[in-house]
Design a protein around this ligand. Structure first.
Ligand code: DQQ
Length: 560
């Protein structure tokens, strides 16, 4: 059936090309393929794996099913880039072939030992279904593309012995080096039922690893942790820091993945004792827990980019449509646009921003100068696509003390966004943008703010409301929300949204809160998708500036 359908789609494309409709016609069959968010040419993709910058080349590996659009037969897809925007797709770097990885080559990380020797540590499911850790090395380190990877003859490197649950032992982090010269990694696990753990391992050579007698960190409040990431951040600026850096003016971030979200804590790490003292709330399931992104964004991984002295973050953005839609499209899964990540001035959270290279893709620009947006305003941004754009808009409020009251500073932002959707008028807000907006606004995705006066402080709420994103049934239309650590008495309220056919990645407050959403419009596709700025609150807000760019398509092509 699937084969028949694929054959039909192919003949239809050929027919259209013959008739001179060409690229546009095949695009119409694929309205949700992205222009500048990385995705393979076809099939399933999930977690980013082992990203690194080595010898002038960026490498992105990813969980990939070469055989179809759903999870299975998990291999390491491999793509390379010189600018994090345009990509060459290579053959998979790792495929499940050996008894120790036959059940799938799962998530892992790369480490550049001594600045010159890249290694990959990855989890695999062995022939007995147990999760084990393996190592792979480039066949030829002087090949600038590192095309071929050899699995180490000593695999598996680690097996789930003693108290480790055989099905909960995965996703080794990038290794960092301590003052004793030993490498350290974290592995996500559950050693005591109901206790999520990041296990710590040591190695002198990167090949042979021994477990520390105590876990690096654990929590009884959450599910098992996947994909731990641990790295230093500077507390005196935006520059990133190498994972093994030892020195002053740093704090450390531990990120783990559970319940479909990316949770992180910040603290002081002592490499002598491997103790990690938290400066923020501990991991928990609460609406005050820090998250990289409050929408669809999972299994992230960061790496240090020495060329530009920055830490870059990738994450898997999964689909919100159904498995049968995956077969129709022939693919599933996107990578977020790579983000720079650094510690905020308050040192209480991280800040994220699309890497600067995205500007290469900016085409036609529309600029709207400062103006008052009265309650009920709706302004089209002419000439800008509502489905392939980079949008920056900045607002300010004249008198925030007129904001609506909110009972608690601890309200759940997602619930607030669900209760008060884009059509519910408040005093300050909702104001923001409508993207993927069809004629008559039957379809629209609204990214907006509301400002409240809480018992102790103002609360700036950011929402991404997908409830009217598609007339289609059976696709997810969840609404997401986050609070921004801003004081509207003094601070401007800014929004940046990257809009790309079926994804909206939004950055509030210059990257203080991020929300990524997936949408599947039926009407608001290609040139039928419009962009608007609006204010649906009773109070006027000032739009200080709006800059929007149509975006060119990135080159994501197979390597010859
Ligand atoms: N995906 C991988 C696992 C990881 C999970 C399997 C997270 O290694 O824990 O594809 O999405």
């Amino acid at each position: 059936m699937v084969k028949e359908m694929a054959g039909w789609v192919l003949s239809f494309c050929i027919l259209l090309v013959v008739n001179g409709v060409g690229v546009h016609a095949s695009e119409d069959l694929q309205p949700y393929r992205t222009a500048f968010h990385f995705q393979p040419l076809k099939n399933w993709m999930n977690d980013p794996n082992g990203p690194m910058y080595f010898n002038g080349v960026y490498h992105l590996f990813y969980q990939y099913n070469p055989g179809g659009p759903l999870w299975g037969n998990i291999s390491w897809g491999h793509s390379i880039s010189h600018d994090l925007v345009n990509w060459f797709i290579l053959e998979p770097a790792l495929s499940p072939k050996e008894p120790y990885d036959i059940g799938g080559c799962f998530t892992g990380s790369s480490t550049i030992l001594h600045g010159s020797k890249p290694i990959i540590l990855y989890t695999a499911q062995d022939a007995d279904g147990a999760q084990v850790q393996n190592l792979a090395l480039p066949k030829n380190r002087s090949d600038p593309l590192l095309k071929d990877w050899i699995k180490w003859s000593g695999n598996p490197v680690l097996t789930p012995v003693n108290d480790i649950n055989t099905s909960q032992f995965r996703d080794p982090s990038t290794a960092w080096k301590g003052p004793d010269g030993k490498w350290r990694i974290l592995i996500g696990s559950e050693i005591i039922k109901g206790q999520a753990t990041a296990l710590l391992y040591y190695s002198t050579d990167g090949f042979n690893w021994t477990r520390s007698d105590k876990p690096f960190k654990f929590s009884r409040e959450t599910n098992m942790w996947e994909c731990p990431d641990f790295y230093p951040v500077s507390n005196i600026g935006k520059d990133g820091i190498d994972t093994s850096f030892q020195g002053n003016n740093t704090m450390h971030v531990l990120k783990v993945s559970f319940n479909s979200h990316e949770y992180y804590v910040i603290g002081m790490y002592d490499p002598q004792t491997d103790q990690f003292l938290l400066a923020t709330n501990d991991f928990s399931v609460s609406n005050t827990q820090l998250q990289y992104d409050y929408g669809r964004f999972y299994a992230s991984k960061s790496f240090y980019d020495g060329a530009k002295k920055r830490r870059v973050l990738w994450a898997w953005v999964n689909e919100g449509d159904s498995p049968s839609d995956a077969f129709k499209k022939g693919w599933s899964g996107l990578q977020s646009f790579p983000r720079s990540i650094w510690l905020s001035d308050t040192r209480k959270q991280l800040v994220q921003w699309p890497v600067e290279e995205i500007k290469k893709l900016r085409a036609k620009q529309v600029n709207m100068v400062s103006r008052e947006l009265k309650g009920g305003s709706l302004l089209e941004v002419p000439g800008i696509s509502g489905s392939q754009a980079d949008i920056e808009v900045v607002f300010s409020l004249s008198n925030p003390s007129d904001a609506e009251l909110i009972n608690s500073d601890l309200s759940d932002p997602q619930h607030l966004c669900e209760q008060k959707n884009v059509s519910t008028s408040g005093s300050y807000g909702p104001f923001g943008v409508l993207v993927f907006a069809s004629k008559n606004l039957t379809e629209q995705t609204a990214v907006f703010f509301r400002v409240f006066k809480g018992p102790n402080k103002f609360q700036v709420l950011m929402c991404s409301d997908q409830s009217r994103s598609s007339i289609a049934q059976g696709v997810d239309k969840s609404t997401y929300g986050a609070f921004l650590d801003l004081d509207p008495l003094h601070d401007k309220i800014s929004l940046r949204s990257l809009v790309d056919h079926s994804i909206v990645e939004s950055f509030g407050g210059e990257g203080l809160a991020c929300i990524t959403a997936r949408v599947y419009p039926k009407l608001a596709i290609h040139e039928h998708a419009k962009l608007y700025v609006f204010n649906n609150g009773s109070k006027s807000v000032t739009m200080l500036s709006l800059n929007a760019w149509n975006m060119n398509k990135a080159q994501i092509v197979p390597m010859d």
